[in-house]
Ligand binder design. Structure first.
Ligand SMILES: [Fe+2]
Ligand SMILES: [Fe+2]
Length: 372
């Protein structure tokens, strides 16, 4: 028996569900629903698949979450296929992983750094591959996608880089956290020189990543409409805290962003960029790093958050070791149980109870292999 339904079947089911839901709504709710659905269609990319025309669930009771799962794929760093076929195959493997999930995730977050040098061929190739993801895809931008043309091609393919949406009682926010103060104009850099400088993490020339004042203002306004007891999940490419400055494992205005999120009881940040198992908790915020499909970064020489359960050094004989994808299960209380699907090791579960207890309970299993 087939493990999944055809695209056509899903599309008809989604459409029927939409009309059933519309029929149940009063006029006020209908207006809210229409606006939310239109917004979601714009940002989530109906362009990916016809079945992404799905209703946005309106939470019935205040602060209540209907548990669900979203998967993630991140940091594929695609070169043109002639230059590097392995990273292409890794992304295809991740797509197969999430397409084989049963039940299917509600959506798939793409965590940024789809391209290596922001080139049209790289981004187009990535967009083409992601079209075969069956669940709706939510896109986030990374610095490797951005600094050649400052987001022009990425936006043409995927829409606005900053947006929010509501899903089953959770408010989601997607940020562009990799803005940098202009270091290129006075140096007379070409766009490719700028891109290569940002791609070299530790060259000491580029600026630190930041969300930036205009986007922080947008975030304040967006969250003003959200009740304090609604769980909030933020997607950012860089970690929204200060881990290791020299590699830009860092967001310069992290403190200001955290302050904006302070009024909420439950906040989770899921980020890319660091290419490693990474867990942190600061104040009311749980932080989870995503794996890369391309390569694992080593841990920074200092500043590693205490809650992180480290992976031992990757196996140099296996290019997939330390890479993978994963998913997040959003629980009824709006917190996130995170699963790392390591391709060469056992999966690692990082339950919210581990973070909430400050590491006292539910410690994840060590993802160790023998050292090489
Ligand atoms: Fe990356
Ligand atoms: Fe990155």
């Amino acid at each position: 028996m087939a493990r999944w339904k055809s695209i056509e079947t899903r599309w008809y089911e989604d459409r029927d569900a939409l009309f059933r839901q519309v029929a149940r709504l009063g006029r006020r709710d209908f207006l809210r629903f229409s606006v939310a659905a239109a917004g979601a269609a714009v940002v989530s990319g109906v362009r990916f698949a016809p079945h992404s025309f799905q209703p946005v669930a309106v939470a019935d009771a205040k602060g209540k979450v209907e548990p669900f799962t979203f998967a993630y794929i991140s940091d594929s760093h695609l070169y043109k296929r002639e230059l590097n076929d392995r990273f292409v195959r890794s992304l295809l493997r991740a797509v197969d992983d999430v397409n084989a999930m049963d039940p299917q995730p509600d959506f798939v977050l793409y965590g940024g750094d789809l391209a290596q040098l922001g080139q049209r061929e790289e981004l187009d190739l990535g967009a083409q591959i992601l079209k075969s993801v069956k669940a709706p895809v939510r896109m986030m931008v990374g610095e490797h996608d951005w600094f050649l043309d400052m987001g022009t091609r990425w936006r043409e393919l995927f829409g606005q880089e900053t947006y929010s949406f509501d899903h089953k009682g959770v408010h989601f926010v997607v940020l562009q956290s990799v803005n940098e103060a202009d270091f290129w104009t006075k140096r007379g850099m070409t766009p490719m020189e700028r891109m290569l400088t940002v791609a070299g993490l530790d060259n000491g020339i580029q600026s630190r990543f930041e969300v930036g004042a205009p986007q922080r203002e947008w975030l304040k306004n967006d969250l003003a409409k959200v009740d304090d007891d609604t769980p909030v999940i933020v997607f950012s490419h860089s970690p929204l805290y200060k881990y290791y400055r020299n590699w830009n494992f860092w967001t310069e205005d992290a403190d200001d962003v955290q302050a904006i999120l302070k009024k909420f009881d439950r906040v989770t940040v899921v980020h890319g960029h660091t290419h490693q198992l990474l867990t942190n908790r600061i104040g009311n915020i749980d932080f989870h790093g995503m794996l890369s499909t391309a390569w694992p970064w080593p841990y920074a020489p200092e500043g590693l958050p205490k809650l992180t359960v480290q992976m031992t050094r990757p196996d140099p004989f296996n290019p997939n070791d330390g890479c993978g994808d994963g998913f997040a299960s959003v629980t009824a209380d709006g917190l996130v149980d995170k699963t790392y699907n390591l391709w060469n090791r056992n999966p690692v579960d990082v339950p919210s109870g581990y973070l909430q207890s400050g590491g006292k309970k539910l410690r994840p299993q060590d993802p160790t292999l023998k050292s090489f």
